[in-house]
Design a protein around this ligand. Structure first.
Ligand code: ADP
Ligand code: MG
Length: 264
């Protein structure tokens, strides 16, 4: 890290716009139902600071719902989620985590097609008046460089390929200096070659930015390639967790079958 942010942190931005620091996340005995549908069952999971962690499994199995809990879009029926040891649903503010920033990259990139690439990346910075204009321009350039789109500020977003749009969406998320970034099915609309490129972009980010990454995907090639560890969810339960190599060597018949039927 360091070098990337040195330039940014010489004033001209609000004090809260600090360097990211990867957070650790602990999920303890989380349960969630929608009506009669028990979606998440006794989820126990620890994601370490700075880790790239994937959640895989068939569709309809609770992956997106789990992700939504981590960003407080959904509340658990029971269990806890701790960020750096603090309960994110704590009733008393003093028990809640210190300020941390998170950003979600959605399946559809959700960019403004009528804006340029640079305008999309700078939207939040300008709206919240995070920095002065000269500094915002430098930050945009730096975030685009991190996703391999250096110098593409003035491109029209509508003219980009799906893979490039996804990278702009990541750069836009990075503009917040998030401590935690979450990707929900990032390769859903991409072909295999573009998915491989995206995997490399996400992996390379780690070398320069101190953040924790969580990826939800049913694309096992993608998840295995870029993850430090992977958890497989099946029917709302974590049935296997480990490094990609450990998952590939799993003796669990459900895991074996899922890997066999979904990898190339
Ligand atoms: P996936 O693993 O494909 O991401 P989801 O987490 O989106 O699966 O959904 C898991 C199950 O929970 C599905 O059966 C889905 O229909 C159901 N579900 C998700 N969100 C809601 C909701 N807000 N209300 C009711 N049911 C929901
Ligand atoms: Mg989903």
């Amino acid at each position: 890290p360091g070098s990337v942010f040195e330039e940014e942190n010489q004033g001209e931005c609000i004090a809260e716009y600090t360097e990211p620091h990867g957070v650790d996340i602990r999920i303890e005995m989380l349960n969630k139902s929608f009506g009669d549908l028990h979606v998440l069952k006794d989820i126990d999971l620890e994601i370490r600071a700075g880790e790239t962690f994937s959640i895989i499994g068939p569709s309809g199995t609770g992956k997106s719902v789990l992700l939504k809990h981590i960003v407080k879009l959904v509340k658990p029926d029971s269990g806890r989620i701790l960020i750096d040891g603090h309960d994110i649903f704590a009733k008393k503010p003093k028990d809640a985590p210190r300020e941390y920033r998170y950003s979600m990259v959605f399946q559809t990139s959700a960019l403004f097609n009528s804006l340029t690439v640079g305008e999309n990346v700078g939207l939040w910075l300008r709206e919240k008046r995070i920095c002065n204009e000269a500094r915002i321009r430098r930050i945009i350039r730096q975030k685009l460089r991190l996703v391999g789109l250096e110098g593409k500020e003035d491109f029209m977003t509508s003219e980009l390929s799906g893979g490039m749009k996804k990278r702009v969406a990541i750069a836009r998320s990075l503009a917040m200096n998030p401590d935690l970034i979450l990707y929900d099915e990032p390769t859903a609309e991409l072909d295999p070659v573009t998915s491989d490129e995206l995997a490399r972009v996400i992996m390379d980010l780690k070398k320069e930015v101190n953040l924790t990454s969580i990826i939800v995907s049913h694309d096992l090639n993608f998840a295995f390639y870029l993850s430090d560890r992977v958890a497989m969810i099946h029917e709302g339960r974590i049935i296997e967790i480990g490094t990609p190599a450990e998952l590939k060597a799993s003796e669990n018949p459900v895991v074996k079958n899922f890997i066999f039927t979904t990898t190339k």
